[in-house]
Every structure is written in C-alpha cells, then in structure tokens.
Design a protein. Sequence first.
Length: 158
Amino acid sequence: MFRRTFMGAAAALAFAMPLKAEAADIVDTAVSAGSFNTLVAAVQAAGLVDTLKGDGPFTVFAPTDEAFAALPEGTVESLLQPENKDQLVSILTYHVVPAKVMSGDIAGKRAKVLTVQGDRLSVNARNGVKVNDAKVVQADIEASNGVIHVVDAVILPE
C-alpha cells in the first residue's frame, strides 16, 4: 500500500514538473557564468540591473574580466566611482542592442547596429565576428530576455 501510494505520488510529481527549466535573464546568466564579475559589478554600479533583467529583448556584447583587466590601470576603479556613473552608463549601454540578434542572423554580413546608448556599433561577421575592434569569442549564450555574445575587449564609444 505504502509503495503504491509513494510511486503514485512520485509519478504525479514528475508529471507536474516542467520539462525544461526556465532560462535565466541576461544578468543572472552573466553572474552564473563566473567570467563576467567586473561587468556585473559595473552593471550594478551603473544602476542597470533592473533594466537588463527586464523584458528585452537585448543583445549584450559582454566583455570578460580579462577584457576589463586589459584597460589602462585604474580605469575600472575610476569608472565605478559614483561621480563617473554617467560615463559608465554610456560605456555599458554601448554594449547593448535593443533586439535579440543571434550569430546566424548576421553570418556573412556587415552592419551598423544601433545601441541602447544611441551610437552605432560596426559589426563584421564575414570572417568570424568583430564588433568595432573587439572579437566575439563565444556567441549565442541565450537568456530569457535576449542573448549574450562574449567579446575579448571593452568597446568604447567614439
């Protein structure tokens, strides 16, 4: 009797569970990756967490911790200061396109894409993918509200 009840309950529970886990949003995906600690700290300092957890869709060209470390000494620390928030917001939103753009959407093409910051990024996907002077080193990390493409450099507005 106990075994039959237990098996029935286990089967009911299994059928009630979703078959696919809900994908994390852009911010939670970046946090869980573990290689975007500086980017996440910058997004928090800029007050952009709620925006990037929003509905989107967003395409984020996400610099790795190594990309931030390649900036001149003291740059990151300076940008994280409250008095430099506007500049930080400008740099970070220059990495965000207000649409979900997968690598297959741009393969073999060149384009100027409008960023959330208001300027355009130059994307060249004819031989690998470059965004301005940054190389996409990992593409198509899907999130519930968009996609992340990992880049090897911090892209600075002109």
